[in-house]
Design a protein around this ligand. Sequence first.
Ligand code: ADP
Ligand code: MG
Length: 337
Amino acid sequence: MRCCRRAFLALAKGGGCLYTVPMKKTGLVLLLLVFSLSGCVGDAAPVRRTVFAMDTVMNLSVYGADADHALAAAEAELHRLDTLLARGTADSAVYAYNHGETPVDAELAELIAQADTIAAATGGAFDPYLGAALDLWGFGSGAGERRVPASSELATAPLLLDLGGIAKGLAGERVRALLCAYRVSGAVLDLGGDVAVLGDKPDGSLWRVALRDPANKSDYLGTLETEGDVYIATSGVYERYFEENGVRYHHILDPKTRRPAESDLVSATVVCESGVWADALATACCVLGTDGALALRERLAGDVDFDLILVTDDSLVWYTTDFEPKQGSPYRYEHIS
Ligand code: ADP
Ligand code: MG
């Protein structure tokens, strides 16, 4: 059993703190998505459970003798995290933080520190304090109608903590650790577009995941094979949006303008051992665009290693890892070594 084998090390770097994520690049792999997970199973059937948390339908598939108990614990943890992070819920730790309550919940304080580290590492493309701006656009939790706010409103919006950009990645990490404690041998956690993979398949083969076509949810871009213990996060400007006067406004904001990011990417997939980093980096890459995302990968190499699959608005797919494009796909594919 491979799960829990690799530890994440925190390293001080230049006064700041970057998390070093040891990661095996060879055979690493990725993919995203979900509709073809039935193709992932080996001989033994997994025990499955569907959970609704974080405004998302999550499908958990677990192999192992104690899978039922493990899944019950996983479901409870997902609801607990949902309560911790739900900005619009009055009993959440984030709500308390945004209303100035002290002391700050210890678990939340650690997450804020990690989010701040990621914000610095991405040059501000990932920004955990966009809560008020998201509310103005109608993308906040429990926020009002979706509309285009005035520039003056955006400019004066206060800084409110919003951890929507790392919530699912955190959930993947925490559930993965929990399943390990239950001695689960392998699992695939479909967290609604993101996928956390853990441990081994019963037949010893690699996990296979299909990456969703951002333009057509019932189709896929290609497939990847991966060993266990990776998190595959996808952010896309097609996920949540509204249209006004023929213009589409989506939920990933460029912190510089507080308006929907206008990069050349329609989706960014990040594969990384750390769920929190993968989730945050996928959002940041949508802001940064192709060149910025590839430069960020180079810059963080050795501290946080990750792979990318980027889909541009020009139907070009850039990928940095083993990836098998779908035959007959209308996309063009470019491998970056
Ligand atoms: P999803 O959670 O739908 O998979 P993402 O992982 O891309 O989507 O996260 C998008 C969420 O992150 C938004 O709904 C919002 O809460 C938050 N967010 C939007 N823009 C940014 C940004 N530039 N940096 C950090 N968080 C962001
Ligand atoms: Mg995400």
